[in-house]
Design a protein around this ligand. Structure first.
Ligand code: URA
Length: 234
C-alpha cells in the first residue's frame, strides 16, 4: 500500500537521484540536511495530508543523547520544529534541572507528521495517537537519524516512542528509568512523555511526576559524565 501511495502522489519529492526500495522512503545518507529535505516530501502513510509540514529531528548532528517523542503537536506542526510547544517547555525545564543542555541533544519523534482531528466546537486541532502502522511507516526516517547521529544514549519519551523502537509489548509504566539492552544505541532508556506531566490531575502530582522525570534524565546526565558508562539500573 505504501508503495502505491509513493508512486501515485504527484507532489512526491523527486528522489530519482537516490533510488530506494519503495518501502523505504529515506535516502541512504548520514547527511541530516539531505534526510530532512527528503522527509519533507514523505508520503509513506496518509498523515501528511492533514499536516502542515514534516517535522524532522533537530539538534547537534553528532551528539551523545537522542530524545525521541511521539509526533509533532499543534505548535510543532505550525512552526516546523520538534518540541517547541507546551510539552517542549516541560522537556526544556526537565533537561535544565537534570543538567543537560537542550542545545547538546538531538530531539526527534517516531512520527513526523501531526495527526489530529478537529474539535467538536471551535478551531482547535485535537492530537490523535498515531497507529502502530503509522509509526512503522515513519520508522525509516528514525533509523536514518539514528544512523546519522549515532547517539551514546537513546531516550524514548512515552509509550509511542518506546513501543515503536523497543517493541509493541514494551510498557513504560513497568520499565521507565531502566537501562534497556538494545542494538539501537549503547544505552537505551524509556521514560514518560512530558505531555503526561501537563495532564497531571493537580499541582502536587504534577510536581511529583516532574521530579521523577528529572530523576530519569539525571541518570542520563550521570551516564555521560562517567568515562566508561555502565547501566545504572537494570
Ligand atoms: N510531543 C511530541 O511527542 N513531540 C513533539 O515534538 C511535541 C509534542
Amino acid at each position: 500500500m505504501r508503495a502505491k501511495k509513493l508512486s501515485r502522489d504527484k507532489h512526491q519529492h523527486d528522489r530519482s537521484d537516490h533510488r530506494q526500495e519503495p518501502t523505504d522512503p529515506a535516502p541512504d545518507t548520514t547527511n541530516l540536511a539531505q534526510l530532512r529535505h527528503a522527509a519533507a516530501g514523505c508520503r509513506a502513510c496518509d498523515l501528511w495530508k492533514n499536516a502542515t509540514q514534516t517535522v524532522f529531528g533537530e539538534g547537534k548532528p553528532a551528539t551523545t543523547i537522542m530524545l525521541v517523542g511521539e509526533q509533532p503537536g499543534d505548535q510543532e506542526d505550525r512552526q516546523g520544529h520538534p518540541f517547541v510547544g507546551p510539552a517542549g517547555r516541560v522537556l526544556d525545564q526537565a533537561l535544565a534541572e537534570a543538567g543537560i543542555e537542550r542545545a547538546e541533544v538531538y530531539v526527534t519523534n517516531v512520527v513526523k507528521h501531526f495527526k489530529w482531528s478537529p474539535a467538536e466546537r471551535g478551531k482547535r486541532r485535537i492530537h490523535k495517537k498515531p497507529r502502530y502502522s503509522e509509526i512503522q511507516a515513519c520508522r525509516p526516517w528514525l533509523d536514518a537519524e539514528l544512523n546519522a547521529v549515532k547517539p551514546q544514549v537513546l531516550v524514548c519519551l512515552g509509550a509511542s516512542a518506546a513501543q515503536g523502537l523497543l517493541g509493541r509489548h514494551f510498557r513504560v509504566t513497568r520499565e521507565r528509568g531502566k537501562m534497556i539492552v538494545s542494538l539501537l544505541a549503547p544505552h537505551v532508556m524509556a521514560t514518560v512523555h512530558p505531555s503526561s506531566i501537563l495532564r497531571a490531575q493537580d499541582d502536587e502530582s504534577r510536581r511529583a511526576q516532574m521530579r521523577a522525570f528529572v530523576q530519569d534524565l539525571k541518570q542520563v546526565a550521570r551516564l555521560l559524565r562517567t568515562k566508561h558508562p555502565l547501566p545504572l539500573s537494570a
